[in-house]
Design a protein. Structure first.
Length: 235
């Protein structure tokens, strides 16, 4: 998706717009002023109708899924977008990052409020942030104890206890997903090996092999979990 968008915006779009400008408005395209009213109207038609229509058409043809919100479907019905996270609380599912978004109507906390993307704006030395992280670590450890599991040794993956800048992050790191495997497996009655395999199969690698970190889309992974539980042959 990122490569395709870069090609569209960085190469295809400039070439198309430049070509149209040179055909319809050669004088203006070469830096000369055009004063005739007809050219002014033409420019408005180009900028107000033809250009938006062209870009919309190209997007629908070449990037149909992205142009329509990168929706994820289940049984033919849209259930979310791969670009916007959802709030998961059931231990049978992988959980996304903490979210500190607020309901714009009530002003009260509402995790993953898609109509009000926001962050806490707390710096790394802020005492409130430190307390929030400690509480999230304790809550996560309590989930292990609730399923009669041993808490994994070592530090908790940072994205499981810190909110993203948008509050709507749809992805988690591979480390964050693997950390939750024992809880999800126990809650579903699946082996940890099976759940780990699902994580591996739904991993998205680094962009161009070098940029960023591998991750999994939480909604996509949880849909695979449901399919696995309903039909073990899909595990």
């Amino acid at each position: 998706m990122t490569i395709a968008t870069t090609i569209l915006l960085g190469i295809v779009y400039p070439l198309v717009v430049t070509g149209i400008a040179r055909v319809l408005f050669p004088d203006k395209a070469n830096g000369q002023l055009i004063q005739r009213d007809g050219r002014t109207v033409g420019s408005r038609i180009l900028g107000g109708f033809l250009y938006p229509g062209l870009i919309t058409g190209l997007a629908q043809v070449f990037f149909h899924n992205q142009a329509n919100g990168s929706l994820i479907y289940s049984n033919g019905q849209p259930i979310g977008s791969e670009l916007i996270g959802q709030y998961w609380t059931d231990p049978k599912y992988f959980h996304g990052r903490p979210s500190v978004t607020i309901n714009p109507s009530t002003g009260t906390p509402e995790p993953y409020a898609a109509d009000n993307s926001s962050a806490s704006n707390l710096g790394p030395t802020n005492a409130t942030l430190k307390q929030d992280v400690q509480q999230r670590v304790a809550a996560l450890q309590a989930e292990f104890k609730k399923e009669n599991l041993s808490v994994p040794p070592g530090p908790v993956p940072v994205d499981l206890v810190t909110a993203s800048g948008s509050g709507l992050d749809p992805d988690i790191s591979i480390a964050a997903a693997l950390y939750q495997v024992p809880i999800v497996a126990a809650a579903r009655g699946l082996s940890q090996a099976v759940v780990t395999k699902l994580v591996t199969e739904h991993e998205t690698g680094r962009f161009l092999g070098i940029f960023g970190e591998p991750y999994v889309n939480v909604l996509d992974l949880n849909l695979a979990l449901d399919a696995c539980s309903q039909n073990p042959s899909q595990c």
